[in-house]
Design a protein around this ligand. Structure first.
Ligand SMILES: [Zn+2]
Length: 149
């Protein structure tokens, strides 16, 4: 799976980096370039994850920091008007995420959350990208059931 020459690897990286894509598209292309195969928005998996790696029984969610309230993140600001509306919305999102995580755990499906700010950093910083992907690879073959990056 990881048998890619350094030359091929930097070609892959360049091909991916050059495109201005949505975070979930960017992230799944990275996985694809590393040899992973997956299905998208699988309806059979709780929460309909952005990416589902059947071989590793792992659901991957690329979470927008604003919508899913990434704690301590600069993108997790509170809008200045219609505060009650937003608070209700955020609370509903948080509850749904919690329910989905429990459903996945009950079914024995691993859950990986990648925050959008991490993907943005990956797009700009190749060192960071490599480190983060190493963590993803380690998680896939670990006994852990949940990880967020
Ligand atoms: Zn964030």
């Amino acid at each position: 799976m990881d048998i890619v020459t350094p030359e091929q690897r930097s070609k892959n990286m360049a091909a991916i980096r050059s495109k201005d894509t949505k975070p979930e598209v960017y992230f799944r292309k990275l996985l694809f370039a590393k040899g992973y195969r997956y299905s998208l928005n699988s309806k059979k998996v709780p929460g309909h994850p952005d990416i589902y790696l059947r071989k590793y029984n792992t659901a991957v969610f690329i979470h927008g920091c604003f919508w899913h309230r990434h704690e301590g993140c600069e993108f997790t600001y509170m809008p200045k008007s219609r505060i009650e509306f937003w608070q209700n919305k955020f609370e509903a999102n948080r509850k749904r995420d919690f329910v989905v995580r429990n459903e996945l755990r009950e079914k024995g499906i691993k859950c990986l959350v990648v925050w959008e700010c991490s993907v943005k950093k990956m797009q700009k910083d190749e060192e960071f990208q490599i480190r983060l992907l190493d963590k993803v690879v380690a998680f896939l073959t670990s006994e852990d059931s949940f990880m967020e990056l």
